[in-house]
Design a protein around this ligand. Sequence first.
Ligand code: NAP
Length: 260
Amino acid sequence: MSGMGNLSGKTVLVTGASSGIGRATALAFAREGARVAVCARREERLTGLEPELKKAGAAAVLLFTLDVSNRAAVEKALNGLPSEWNTIDVLVNNAGLSRGLTKVYEDDPQNWEEMIDTNVKGLLYVTRTVVPGMVERGRGHVINMGSTAGYMTYANGAVYCATKAAEKAISEGLKIDLMGTAVRVTSIDPGMVESEFSEVRFRGDKERAEKVYQNITPLQPEDIADAIVWAASRPAHVNIHTVVMTTIDQANSVVFHRHS
Ligand code: NAP
């Protein structure tokens, strides 16, 4: 979906842009002629993405490594952005992960720390640092990555689902907090998307990760990027609250159709 028009020259920050949905989103904004800032922990991935963003049409590109779960690092990186990058128009809070698929009473608490620190606290740290400038400038848009997991808990996924339920509550609350300002808040809530998500969840077990997407037509990262760019390119008075989207083979976070 290109040619939305009003994103040309806008400054966009995408967290977790080294892979999957974040990467596709950065490229989609580049195709709209936006100025695209990308961050994640893996620097070499971002370096590889840079020429692609330029080729896609980005008006300018900035990349920096950032662990969103490190509050001091978030504040330092985002408060220290070069002056031509510190007026962020669109923030895409995409960085996130799942760890393990296990019963709560048997799980390794380290998995919970990682998910809560990244998906909930990381999102809050970035939001807290970027949104005051948006309020001051009288424009801005926060787009958070939610999930169908935030609407209905699936087996062995209690804590991941809890982080996405938290994202939903934070998006709703932030929207209320921003009443009277021109800053918009959107939650993009996909079902199954084919990315490195499952490989990260199963800590590199590719075989197990592949099974997740077997005999099903999953959403692709580009499908989510489309929705994000669409929400960002509505007229300034239109706030898209949520976009809940799944593949045709998925009804909610527990009902799937596997092709035989
Ligand atoms: P992915 O391919 O694994 O990408 C996740 C991205 O997040 C990577 O770029 C990763 O980069 C980054 N990230 C993880 N922890 C980070 C941290 N502490 N600091 C900075 N960046 C971090 O998975 P994805 O599917 O694109 O996931 C993106 C978002 O979509 C997540 O919030 C996820 O919960 C959500 N989501 C995914 C699905 C799905 O089925 N795939 C469905 C609904 C929602 P580094 O490792 O380089 O830091």
